[in-house]
Design a protein around this ligand. Structure first.
Ligand code: AMP
Length: 369
């Protein structure tokens, strides 16, 4: 990630990918132009890198010139295009290819067409390295397009944010969301995840999402999701992945402005962990740590049986269901330790002791992140 002025940008398109695309464009255009000597017209400032790389890859004789237009103010494309340097040579009868770094609204392109209105060129073709189809508001044909990109602000490879970033050899995309701290609170049933999450969410101003709680809420309110989940939960089995993933995504979306999340009871399978990574990625964020409460099985059974006396939870009342939930944890869920260890994000914490002692242990991990 990089910071330019007040904004953060994340890597988006590599230098290698850009190079390959420019190579492809050069060959495609050379084939179409045939034996003519084309005039490539770069639009300054942004296109200086594209033009430089492009003409080096162009396999036949060609001419190069520039016009200089300005449209961007900060990260907004303005309607008002200024013509700073116009055409400086006669292009009558010539095959002209405009080389653009990026086409988004098409306002600059409209100005280019105005410039060429009274020039008697043989043909005028438009080539662009990047194209934002969602932003394009004009009808001008784009003859050669390198890469289509979403309508998000980018910098690098000639493109700037208020003057900075043009020199970067790759493309970066703006990071739109504020920084979040996202934790996965992990551990077998009865490890104390819910109790600890209640303290941690206050202390760190995070949103706590317990998939078990959301399912129980749905069961209580007799929703379709609740009815579906109940049959699995009553036996201590996992609810199918897609159902759980869709529900979790919806819970995260409900808390759009959150400073971060404590995920409790999710992910429980590899598929869930992968979908969580994707979700975090779509928010320009990530899981920072999996913090696991480690507690011996027999202590868990004891704790859950005693919780069952007051919680009214069917799955806490029967020792064989409890043991099944613990077995499900080791069968299906414990593999996630490897998933997060591989990313150096796994932190084991001793889950035996007083509530306060365990909160202190968890906090010291979070404060170190
Ligand atoms: P918990 O309150 O976390 O112990 O969850 C209670 C029950 O809800 C589990 O035994 C599962 O049946 C179901 N459940 C909760 N979270 C998940 C999940 N991530 N994937 C599948 N099932 C889940």
């Amino acid at each position: 990630m990089i910071k330019l002025h007040d904004k953060y940008f994340k890597p988006f398109i590599s230098a290698k990918e850009i190079d390959d695309v420019i190579q492809r464009l050069a060959i495609e255009i050379a084939e179409d132009v045939g034996d003519e000597i084309p005039v490539f017209v770069g639009i300054l400032n942004g296109s200086f890198m594209v033009v430089s790389d492009f003409v080096k890859k162009y396999p036949k004789p060609c001419e190069v010139t520039f016009i200089k237009l300005a449209s961007y103010e900060g990260v907004k494309s303005t309607e008002d295009i200024q013509r700073l340097i116009g055409l400086t040579q006669d292009l009558t009868g010539r095959t002209v290819v405009i080389l653009e770094d990026i086409i988004d609204t098409g306002n600059t392109l409209a100005e280019v067409h105005r410039i060429f209105e009274n020039e008697k060129v043989k043909s005028l073709k438009i080539a662009t390295l990047f194209y934002k189809p969602e932003a394009y508001k004009k009808d001008y044909k784009l003859h050669y397009v390198g890469i289509e990109i979403p309508n998000k602000f980018i910098v690098g490879f000639g493109l700037d944010y208020s003057g900075l970033g043009r020199n970067l050899p790759e493309i970066y995309q703006i990071k739109e969301t504020q920084h979040m701290t996202n934790l996965v609170l992990f551990g077998p049933p009865g490890a104390g995840k819910g109790t600890q999450a209640d303290f941690l969410k206050e202390k760190y101003n995070l949103v706590h999402i317990s998939t078990g709680d959301v399912f129980r809420y749905n069961i209580k309110n007799e929703t379709a999701l609740g009815m579906l989940a109940k049959s699995y939960m009553d036996k201590g089995e996992l609810v199918p992945d897609q159902v759980t993933i869709d529900m979790l995504n919806a819970e995260v979306e409900k808390n759009a402005g959150a400073k971060g999340f404590i995920f409790d009871g999710f992910p429980r399978t590899n598929a869930q962990a992968e979908s969580l990574d994707k979700l975090m990625d779509s928010k320009d964020s990530q899981i920072d740590a999996m913090i696991a409460l480690e507690v011996d099985d027999e202590i868990l059974v004891e704790r859950l049986l005693s919780r069952g006396k007051t919680s009214g939870r069917v799955d806490d009342a029967d020792e064989s269901i409890i043991r099944n939930r613990i077995a499900e944890y080791y069968d299906k869920t414990a593999i996630l330790k490897d998933f997060y260890s591989a990313q150096n994000k796994y932190f084991g914490v001793d889950g035996v002791g007083s509530i306060e002692e365990i909160t202190v242990r968890l906090s010291s991990v979070i404060d170190e992140l």
